[in-house]
Design a protein around this ligand. Sequence first.
Ligand SMILES: C[S@@+](CC[C@H](N)C(=O)[O-])C[C@H]1O[C@@H](n2cnc3c(N)ncnc32)[C@H](O)[C@@H]1O
Length: 281
Amino acid sequence: MGRKQNKRTSRRRAVAMVKRADKHDLYQRAVQEPDADIPLIQRIFRSQFSRPARTLREDFCGTALLACRWVEKSSENRAWGIDLDPNPLEWGRVHNVGKLRPDQAARIKLIEGDVLDIGHKSVDVTVAFNFSYFLFRERASLLNYLTRAYSTLNSEGALILDAYGGADAQRTIEETREVDDDFDYVWDQHRFDPIHHHVTNFIHFEFSDGSRMKRAFHYDWRLWSIPEIRELLQEAGFYASEVYWEGTDRKTGEGNDIFSRREQAPDDPAWICYIAGFRRS
Ligand SMILES: C[S@@+](CC[C@H](N)C(=O)[O-])C[C@H]1O[C@@H](n2cnc3c(N)ncnc32)[C@H](O)[C@@H]1O
């Protein structure tokens, strides 16, 4: 086979690889870790209220993977997932809710709507993960979200958020990570504005044949700091907030996926943490 034909064949295969890929499946495999998140949620909740959380609201739920895992964990667990976009919700109904047993599926409700508007039975825990609430770029709009989240919690309740930061978060860089020996996940910090702390980030996916799903996800956020978030939690009514910081693997010097409550943390160029606000009223 001549070189030209070789090229044509590999190009055909390249098109086929990205065409076969499903961006929601790639996102879930690259980004989400519900089996690590749920024990942490329970540990945080139990530390305050000495009992397990049973009802969960997943704000900005996308495909609602976390909410689905939640109802799988116990027959006492119920979940609500809320997202504005019907597309990930429908994907989640088919691929995540669709895999649950009927009694589990009956304990989850996916709602298409704005997290600011949706009212339902109050819950033990609300989570907003993968920094989704960073889309509120003004102080007043983030405070409004936190106040509404507070109002949908039970009298003993927790709002759990994640956050990222460090010097590397304030740079335009791309970071590539291989997932499942199958594809590359690329986190593209495309823009950082030091005046407003506005960031534009993309997620791309790359395949072994050289094909690429460029800008599969696009985020225009404000990079909020931990003290700003905690001050706003307090203004929204939460009586206390705590920060759960990732430990360090002694061998690699990298994060070890174990998050513990901390009052202080060492300097780190690229950190992720969890912030919990507590309601007791
Ligand atoms: C970063 S994804 C989060 C996916 C998921 N929570 C996770 O942990 O990976 C952000 C999601 O927020 C949704 N969204 C944006 N604004 C929203 C709003 N005001 N109310 C509800 N959902 C919203 C988008 O449609 C998108 O699916």
